[in-house]
Design a protein around this ligand. Structure first.
Ligand code: ADP
Ligand code: MG
Length: 156
């Protein structure tokens, strides 16, 4: 699961999220990094579907954090947008129940150290010179997604 892969279009990004969502469990934390429009929320939507939580998963920009309860027995998805948080202290102040949730933090790079023991860094990039195509009025371009684990949970 860890490593780099190429994601050709939004459907593949959603698929990657599904795959991740099915493998995640309570206590897992993902940190999503990538520019605006990279596909962070698209990935999170797939994760929510893989986990089987109540949707819709949309950009949480105006609420900082949104909790999606499970539709079954699994953990809820807590979807955080840390864009307007200035520090890890402010993230900690949200009092997220990390132990009993799957937490996805958009724009949270560097903020989790000291708050949780383990997290998965997900970096989404637009490779230089990639071929772009159009679907309706939408620009479809490949992304590279690199998954790097930190801490014991992701050590094997
Ligand atoms: P973010 O949350 O990172 O700002 P979104 O997931 O909200 O990004 O939006 C990503 C946008 O980019 C969507 O409109 C999506 O259709 C488009 N897109 C184009 N190519 C891709 C791709 N390869 N992977 C993911 N999204 C893509
Ligand atoms: Mg987003």
């Amino acid at each position: 699961m860890l490593g780099t892969r190429t994601i050709e279009n939004p459907d593949q990004m959603h698929e990657l999220g599904l795959e991740l969502g099915k493998a995640l469990r309570a206590g897992d934390v993902l940190v999503l990094t990538g520019p605006l429009g990279a596909g962070k929320t698209t990935l999170t939507r797939g994760i929510g579907e893989g986990l089987g939580v109540r949707g819709p998963v949309t950009s949480p920009t105006f609420v900082l954090a949104r909790t999606h309860p499970s539709l079954g027995e699994g953990p809820p998805l807590v979807h955080v947008d840390a864009y307007r948080l200035n520090s890890a202290v402010e993230l900690d102040d949200l009092d997220i129940d990390f132990a009993h949730s799957v937490v996805v933090v958009e724009w949270g790079a560097g903020m989790l150290d000291g708050i949780v023991d383990s997290w998965l860094d997900v970096v989404i990039e637009r490779p230089e010179g990639a071929n772009a195509g159009e679907l309706g009025d939408e620009l479809i371009e490949p992304r590279t997604v690199t998954l790097t684990g930190h801490g014991e949970r992701w050590s094997s």
